[in-house]
Design a protein around this ligand. Structure first.
Ligand SMILES: Nc1nc2c(ncn2[C@@H]2O[C@H](COP(=O)(O)OP(=O)(O)OP(=O)(O)O)[C@@H](O)[C@H]2O)c(=O)[nH]1
Ligand SMILES: [Mg+2]
Length: 398
């Protein structure tokens, strides 16, 4: 699972990334601070199966606090995009190539309207962040279009010459973009495009590239800097305008402050929670106390969370509709080293027991006999569709 973090410069992409990963990341109030992409591990938060079994898990990756399991996902924070990036403006869009493998994109916008189109600081509320939603989609679509355009003429003629299946040929040619048979078929059907791809006009290719982008790189919006006094006005307007996009208000700076305070042992904070506890009041400076009380009153009391954890969760479980499943045995929940529920896997929507077996180990998939739903103590077959929170044992030959 790779989550790309995109947006114009200076909106808080690196702050969002750092809040999720606690990686050493450069943050500053001017455009193009990030040039080389930052790659790191963040976590989605799910209810751990150890709650159901009334036990305490021991994750091999990630961690678990009070039955809240944090399952790793990969994050990529890239340089800012400006309008015209596909023509080389700003940093251009070459760096987007790092996002080819992304499953979903978090578009960070500055909902306080205090950064202009180029990411330069301006008066709060003086810039309309609606523009950013539109321009970013356009830049991403143009990025895809150019990838296609570069090879299309030669490629489409070759497909015609060899009487190849155009769907399979497209999937193979653009495999680096996470394209699947089903997605290509859906695009052709929805756009009413013919299988004779060499005959498509440039306009048709553009439409195809845009729809494929939308399906392979869906977007969720992090409406960041919601801590600015009147940012909520902009949030409402944007929600009204873009009803089909998930938009979550975030204060990445607040999340970062909470995570760092928690790491230093000053507070107990479970990422995504609506509150925190101060562990040692005396260890806090006046400035730290003021910052924490700001977060508590202005963000957590009003919005119920800083939004950062919600964005990762929504991206994976609502936008992509992925599920999470734990492998275990009927007779014991631990692996051979005694680690209870050591793994939790994120799987694509509609995954079956057989898909899960392959995810755990290809041998288990190849030699699959049956599976057991351990919570229900029920035997299930290879086509059984799994759901989030399932705990599954695979029975295989050999
Ligand atoms: N008030 C407020 N400021 C924020 C928030 N998130 C980030 N900032 C500030 O916004 C500025 C830009 O943050 P960065 O994380 O460097 O932004 P970026 O999008 O990575 O910028 P580039 O790398 O230049 O594209 C910094 O001054 C941050 O402290 C937030 O939630 N609230
Ligand atoms: Mg940055």
């Amino acid at each position: 699972m790779l989550i790309g973090i995109v947006g114009k410069p200076n909106v808080g992409k690196s702050t969002f990334f750092k809040a999720c990963t606690l990686a050493n990341t450069e943050i500053a109030n001017y455009p193009f601070v990030t040039i080389k992409p930052n790659r790191g591990i963040g976590y989605v938060r799910v209810e751990c199966a150890d709650k159901f079994f009334n036990t305490q898990c021991k994750p091999r990756e990630g961690f678990c606090i009070d039955h809240n399991r944090f399952v790793p996902v990969e994050l990529l924070d890239v340089a800012g995009l400006v309008p015209g990036a596909h023509e080389g403006k700003g940093m251009g869009n070459q760096f987007l190539d790092d996002l080819r493998q992304a499953d979903v994109l978090v578009h960070v916008i500055d909902v306080s309207g205090s950064t202009n189109a180029n990411g330069e600081p301006v008066e709060p509320l003086s810039y309309n962040p609606e523009n950013d939603v539109l321009f970013l989609e356009n830049e991403l679509n143009m990025w895809f279009f150019q990838i296609f355009l570069k090879v299309w003429s030669k490629f489409s003629k070759q497909v015609a010459l060899e009487h190849a299946d155009p769907v399979k040929a497209i999937v193979k040619q653009f495999s680096g973009l996470n394209v699947t048979d089903d997605i290509v078929k859906e695009c052709l059907r929805e756009l009413g495009l013919s299988n004779e791809i060499a005959k498509w006009s440039e306009q048709e290719l553009k439409m195809f590239a845009s729809l494929l982008r939308k399906k392979t790189k869906p977007i969720i919006i992090a409406a960041n800097k919601i801590d600015y006094p009147s940012a909520e006005k902009n949030l409402e307007a944007i929600r009204e305008k873009f009803k089909d996009i998930t938009i979550i208000p975030t204060s990445s700076e607040s999340e970062l402050a909470l995570r760092e305070a928690s790491l230093k042992g000053m507070i107990k904070y479970i990422p995504g929670d609506s509150g925190f506890e101060i562990i040692n009041e005396d260890s806090l400076s006046e400035k730290q106390k003021a910052a924490l009380s700001f977060v508590k009153e202005k963000i957590l009391a009003r919005l119920k969370s800083t939004g950062v954890q919600d964005v990762l969760n929504e991206a994976v479980f609502s936008v992509l509709r992925c599920i999470y499943v734990f492998p275990a045995g009927v007779s014991k929940l631990a692996d051979q080293f005694g680690n209870v529920l050591p793994d939790c896997f994120i799987l694509p929507k509609n995954s079956t027991a057989l898909d899960f077996a392959y995810k755990v180990h290809s041998d288990l998939g190849d030699n699959f006999i049956k599976a057991t739903d351990i919570k229900k103590k029920q035997t299930v077959g290879k086509d059984h569709k799994l759901k989030s929170g399932d705990v599954i044992e695979i029975h295989a030959r050999g």
